[in-house]
Design a protein around this ligand. Sequence first.
Ligand code: FAD
Length: 475
Amino acid sequence: MATFDALSRIQTPIQLTEDELAVFAGRLKGELIRPGDPDYDQARSVWNGMIDRRPALIARCAGVDDVVEAVRFARARDMLVAVRGGGHNVAGTGTVDGGLVIDLSPMKRVEVDPVQRTARAEGGVTWGELDRETQVFGLATPGGVVTDTGIAGLTLGGGLGWLRRKYGLSCDNLLSVEMVTADGSVVRASEDENADLFWAVRGGGGNFGVVTTFEYRLHPVGPEVMQAIVLYPLEIALPALRFFREQMAQAPDELSSFAILQHVPAVEPYPEAWHHKPAVIFLACHCGPLDEGERVIRPLREFADPIIDLSGPMPYVEVQKLFDEDYPRGWRYYWKSTYMDSLSDPVIERLIAHTEAMPSHHSTLDIWHMGGAVARPATEMAFRGRSAPFHLGIEANWENPTDDEANIAWAREVYRDMQQFSDGVEYLNFPGFLEDRERVVRQTFGDAYDRLARVKAQYDPDNFFRLNANILPAG
Ligand code: FAD
């Protein structure tokens, strides 16, 4: 089985002359970083400490023209290219051994139009940076649940967060994109312009070009929302998850929730007696009126005697930071995902058994409640994975390289076991190491794959952008 790691290694390193590098560097407004430069090690690192690749060049792009220059430079030399937004992809698709990284992290401009309720954000913006600007006006677009994740990779792959059941996925709220395609052209795509490309980028990932600007629809959110955070002992996880299933069957769309199986963090404010003990956590965000939210989350808080209940009204920007400290940059991560056709008793029993077998105190099994607006997209687009009522995030998170094997094996075993409750569709933003990539991508896109392949053939016939959940160009 070809792993992404193998695919992202260059067999024959490209020889670059000092002259051509000087010309390239001179054409960039941003920096060109090379091995040996003082900030090379920092610039080549991505969020997942498992990923240790050594690019030949890192082009820190300061604007669209830099992206065009970088694409043309790599094209002319047949260099393997990785595109980086926030650098958070767990498979490390934002970097490459021996190739060129097109790094958009300096591209941070955000413009909010509070009257039209839209925001334009450049490809290097993170969710925390976008939320900060939109919340000034009491607005937001659905994003992810950790602030330093890039808007780019997350949106192009779908985008699941705290507003999903009310306002849909991040990609559902895209109004347009500006992109640099594989031949170095700058194109715009929206419902009215290059509509096929716009259909494809909403779920089809980084296959079609480098998105330099995302334009989003905004919605009134907060500034305070009602948040449930309640921990119960794992011993009562079976009745607790049955209760969660029943409650969610009648939940309003304003409520987006998880049930998470994990160990209690060994930090304040969690009671010391419970540190590192397994638990089930109800986490839910109600984005409607606070009093209504208080009423809706109350049953989750009153189910049994909790280990701790941290629920209450919270600024939306604080809710967005809730998980930040759980995912330090440089730790080791291996994440898979699968959609689940129900939260039946056999599903719950398997998940409890897998929790008891977790080799790391930092790992989690995340049961995302779907439905609501996720299941009702306003327009047609490439993203697949809307029909399941629950999505399972399988997160192996650990600190030491000596524990790699045990943690990866655990996550793979959970994934394998849970396939009996799944249709095989994966959320491609949690792709493991993109093992068995072609089969998984085809299975996930199903009947949309052929159309994606035709759009790929039109905009990237040579598969220049291939370090991703790759669509092979038709023909
Ligand atoms: P990068 O590694 O920079 O990019 C990933 C890939 O996206 C690139 O290889 C490329 O193919 C493509 N890409 C990036 N930028 C561009 C661009 N400008 N133009 C074209 N293609 C581009 N997902 C959710 O849905 N919800 C969550 O709540 C969530 N939380 C997360 C929390 C953490 C801590 C982490 C690590 C990930 C989380 N994810 C979540 C998964 C996340 O959606 C993916 O990891 C996503 O790939 C991250 O995007 P990025 O821009 O940061 O990544």
